[in-house]
Design a protein around this ligand. Structure first.
Ligand code: ADP
Length: 513
């Protein structure tokens, strides 16, 4: 907020005083100037009239002197005329020629010239006398009752004569204007300060002091005796302070309630979190236990069916078929149980990965062999071109990943469809292993969630395709544990391609977990 001093300088009251007073000064000055100039003009007019009166007084004496060629009488008369304060010079002309002159007169060329008391021309003046004006009259001598023009008289006067006359009047005018101005200024200052400046300052001070935490202490009293806009502001301000104080109390109450609620909610959440953690631990423990429990009879079934297959002779083809089915169902079940164990271990951060150089070709071929029975059931072809690529990875885990991808490529494929497996080195030396199928495909909306645990897309659910939704999340976890990455591309109705990128053998550090 701006300091109070700044506000006082720019306050409405100060501005009002400045504007009104400034305007008054301009008007007063203009009026005084007009008055002075009117006074000057008026005085000049009366001086000119007075010069005219001198014609009646001096014309007879001058005409007699000129007619009688009495130069002394003419000069005496001129000296007598110079005694009149408004006359600064007199010039007498005879037949257009300069005859006698005294004081300051103007020559024909318009220059000012000074003559002494004897009528001697002294020197030319450089227009030293300002605003010289004159009155001219013809001089007539009455001879035998008939007036005859004997010359012309010019009486000179100037502005200094007028100023001498109006001086006092002008001084009084100026004093009058100055006194009025000072009085008005004092009046304005006093009234403005009392009525506007002081109450406004109090109001501004009060607004400045508003502190939300200390509203009860703040009071405002402008001491205004009359009802006006300021009293309305004062009342509104006081009401606002009261409302603010009430609102503050409400706010404090709400805050306390809220804090209490947050405390309770936090407590509930902490309890719920502990319960959830406990439940998760119990679930993980249960899953781990049950998986291990399942593995024991499963291994027995696998071993038994393996033995059974070798015991059954070629004549008992029906029994051999059944034994094969038992065996492949056992393998499948065993893989599922192992997947569950891996998911459980991942959540406990106990997933084991052993990185080493592996022949990718061997892994792919053994995986194809494992998947063969289910592809044959649905007449799905597997296309694969052998290679010599070596990757740094955990052989068993890569097989687990590949079998998972191939199982999906079969499950979500069409009958008589195809699967293409390819492995190649890309431009940066990484090895890309792709599994392409001609299945139902995955829409863009689903592309983020398929790697989430227990997510199964509509197609899988509607068509009752067996699965638990842990295959792809496990694949992703295993791939990332081997510092590789996985992505897929898909077109709904045409199939999907899952690609795993293994870093080049030299880039990949060997590590055990
Ligand atoms: P599931 O046991 O259900 O197969 P996964 O984690 O392996 O679980 O896969 C998650 C879901 O992703 C599947 O339910 C399926 O809807 C979809 N899915 C996975 N692979 C494919 C694929 N090759 N083609 C189409 N959908 C697939």
């Amino acid at each position: 907020m701006k300091p109070i001093k700044f506000l006082q300088k720019n306050s409405i009251a100060t501005q009002l005083i400045k504007i009104v007073f400034g305007f008054y000064c301009i008007v007063a000055l203009t009026i005084t100037i007009i008055q002075i100039s009117i006074e000057y003009q008026h005085t000049r007019q009366s001086v000119e009239n007075e010069l005219a009166i001198n014609q009646q007084i001096f014309e007879p004496v001058l005409s007699a002197g000129i007619w009688n060629l009495d130069d002394e009488q003419v000069m005496n008369t001129l000296n007598g005329m110079m005694a009149i304060p408004i006359i600064i010079g007199v010039k007498i002309e005879k037949k257009e020629q300069n005859y006698k002159a005294i004081g300051i007169v103007k020559t024909k060329s318009g220059q000012q010239k000074k003559y002494d008391a004897h009528g001697m021309g002294l020197f030319i003046l450089e227009n030293e006398y300002k605003d010289v004006f004159s009155y001219q009259f013809p001089i007539h001598y009455v001879f035998r009752g008939e007036p005859r023009k004997v010359g012309t008289a010019t009486l000179y006067s100037n502005s200094s004569v007028i100023i001498d006359r109006v001086k006092i009047g002008i001084i009084l005018l100026i004093i009058n204007a100055v006194i009025k101005t000072i009085a008005l200024w004092l009046l304005f200052f006093w009234v403005g300060k009392r009525i506007l400046l002081t109450p406004l300052n109090k109001l501004v001070q009060a607004i400045e002091n508003v502190n939300f935490d200390d509203l009860d202490e703040l009071k405002i009293d402008l001491k205004n005796k009359r009802e006006n806009e300021l009293t309305i502001i004062e009342n509104a301000f006081s009401d606002m302070l009261k409302n603010l104080a009430d609102a503050r109390i409400e706010l404090i109450k709400s805050r306390l309630i809220l804090e209490e609620k947050v405390k309770l909610r936090t407590h509930d959440l902490q309890r719920a979190k502990l319960e959830a953690e406990r439940a998760n631990e119990v679930k993980t423990e249960f899953m781990s236990q049950i998986s291990h429990e399942l593995n024991t009879p499963l291994n027995a079934i696998l071993a038994g069916s393996q033995v059974l297959k070798t015991c059954i002779g070629p004549s008992q083809s029906q029994n051999l078929l059944l034994a094969n089915q038992i065996y492949s169902a056992g393998v499948h079940l065993s893989m599922l149980v192992n997947d569950v164990i891996d998911v459980v271990n991942t959540s406990k951060d106990e997933l084991e990965v052993v990185i080493d150089n592996c022949q990718l070709n061997d892994i792919i071929k053994s995986s194809i062999a494992m998947i063969k029975p289910i592809t044959e059931e649905r007449n799905i072809t597997i296309d694969y071109e052998e290679n010599n690529l070596v990757i740094l990875a955990d052989m068993g885990r890569v097989r687990q990943v590949l079998i998972n991808l191939l199982t999906n490529a079969v499950k979500y494929n069409k009958d008589n469809g195809f699967i293409e497996i390819s492995a190649l080195k890309n431009s940066v030396g990484s090895v890309e292993l792709s599994v392409k199928d001609s299945g139902v495909g995955i829409s863009i909306e689903d592309d983020k969630c398929i790697f989430e645990p227990f997510v199964r897309l509509d197609y899988a659910k509607k068509n009752c395709i067996t699965g638990m939704g842990i295959g792809l999340p496990l694949v992703k976890m295993l791939v990332e544990h081997m510092t590789a990455s996985i992505h897929f591309e898909s077109t709904v109705g045409f199939g999907s391609t899952f690609t795993i990128t293994f870093k080049g053998a030299s880039e990949c550090k060997k590590h055990n977990k």
